[in-house]
Design a protein around this ligand. Sequence first.
Ligand SMILES: [Zn+2]
Length: 408
Amino acid sequence: MNEQRFLSQLEEFSTAFNDTKGNGVTRFSWSHTATLAQSWLEKEFSRMGISLRADGAGNLHAHIKGKTDLPRVIVGSHLDTVQNGAKYDGSFGLVAALETLRSFREEGFIPNRSIEFIAFAEEEGANFGTTCLGSKLITGIIKPNDLKSLCNDETNAWDMLEKFGLDPANLENEQIVPHTVYAYLEAHVEQERRLFKNNYKLGIVKAISAMRSYRIIYHGESVFAATPLKERRDPVVSFIECHTEIQKAVASGIFPENTRFTVGQICCNPGTPIMVPGECIFTIDIRNLEISNLPAISEKIKEIIVKVAEKNGIGVDIVPLSRSGGVKMSELVQNAYKNATNELGFEYFEMNCGTALDAAPMGMVVPAGLLLVANQVNSETGEKYALPEDLCSGALVYEKTIRQLVSE
Ligand SMILES: [Zn+2]
């Protein structure tokens, strides 16, 4: 691979397709900016004589024909980001896969197995709160019809896809058929700080954490700010109590080791300084490395949420948003990553991953493997950034591993 070209294209992609320049990277699925990123990829693939096709969810697919009809190897990562996301999130894996395929083409290397490139849509779940939506739809974990009941304030997911010119009805015909796939390989920058703390540059993932998320709505009563405190049914008070109770429960050690919970979104309705809100709406994300632990943890947390509502005499709704992960990565791909890393003279850290990437849904239906590259952490600002040499090391391992598996 051409390391210089890889780095400059990664920089170009991460910088150009961003709605919040100077404040992280924001590239939501099915947005104008995502369309521009798609055009860029189309242009790069067309230079190799390969066309890029969008499926009913907006995942982009490219096919490279191998010498045989053996099960193919899928490579890729996601096209979207969260609001103000990390610079190379998603784009690292996409550009590393692109550079790998282009290098093969330039060398005249024709793989034994066909290769499919996928740029997944909506991995972050920014539009509807459901993570890995693109990969869940083509692996059958979410059915196309479920899109009609997946809503945000403005629309449902089915209508949004149609409005964007996609054909969600066709997703039925675009499912991944497990026995036609040899392996799925993803490369990604690490979201946690495990590699940094352990002083490693590359991580080979053994398993991806299980996660579930919920939207909670506390229904109180909206009254004017002049209303005496005693006469209010303020849902924000319940939110604060609930958060504190869950923190206490975690500290008391009643949950299994490695349990994480996060309130990532809070809003009040009406959200105005002079009113007590009628509703406090927030999300809770619950994670554990063992999927079998999730039901009990979720039940306990729901119990706390309901208890607080009852105590304060307000209503509560708990809406399931997303569930994923709890997937072991394939030994075949892990070993291939290890061999490639060793042969290139790099070191690796074997780890579990707390982030639900597309490798999680993919890993439920086909053998999947995830390679992580360390983010450095600025000790003063906490800002995360990946070093060019580490991105190159990761891309080299990724390329070598793909070459190995498509030659088998
Ligand atoms: Zn990502």
